[in-house]
Design a protein around this ligand. Sequence first.
Ligand SMILES: N[C@@H](CCC(=O)N[C@@H](CS)C(=O)NCC(=O)O)C(=O)O
Length: 229
Amino acid sequence: MRVGTGGCLGDNPGASLDFVGSIPPMTTFKLYYTPTSCGAASFLAASIGGLEFDSETVDLATHKTKSGADFYGINPKGNVPTVVLPNGTMFNENVATLTYIADTGNAGLAPKEGTPERYEFLNHLAFVATELHKGVGALFNPKLSPEAREGAKANALKKIEQLVGLLDDGKKSFLNGKTLSAADLYAYIVLSWTGHLGIPLSEKAQAYFDGIKANESVKKGHAAIAALQ
Ligand SMILES: N[C@@H](CCC(=O)N[C@@H](CS)C(=O)NCC(=O)O)C(=O)O
């Protein structure tokens, strides 16, 4: 399904399109996602960035897309988010999908290439992908023994407190200290799983989560997701 939430690539004064080089500026990509998994962060980023894009949900239990296609035939790893460009290029790692979408959109969700802030952003994104997501996501495994679950929960809590540390002990509303970035959207989606997983959030982690949830552009992104279901 094609999504258009206003804005166009040519409107982005940040010149971050230099990064995508040979990718024509008006191309439309397709995003495979689910409304609540990590893939939702890429949908929110694309929606907030004013991008026009195609999207389709995936049933992660059966690995079938909403239209009935075998998702493994599209992405052999079977995971969301998956972005497919018109030339067939595919990205299926959050670090890549979120950076591509942030660079292509017009909401300043990633700093410009070559700046110190860019590397700080990538540092945050990598932390969310490899530490926070993996730490919290481990609790989705139904086969964990009670002891293993306790260990996984302690590790998840440690990663959440490390996130709070990156927020200057909760004093910052965003990881870069200034504005919403794609790394915040990803961290926000991971934190959204904690209630279901029985992981209690500290007051500071909860305040960060609540702040992003209340962000008007994030609310519109969720509305765009809901409208497609
Ligand atoms: N290596 C990917 C993994 C992304 C991932 O864990 N996606 C989950 C949803 S949050 C998924 O699609 N799980 C189902 C599957 O892998 O079959 C990344 O770090 O971005």
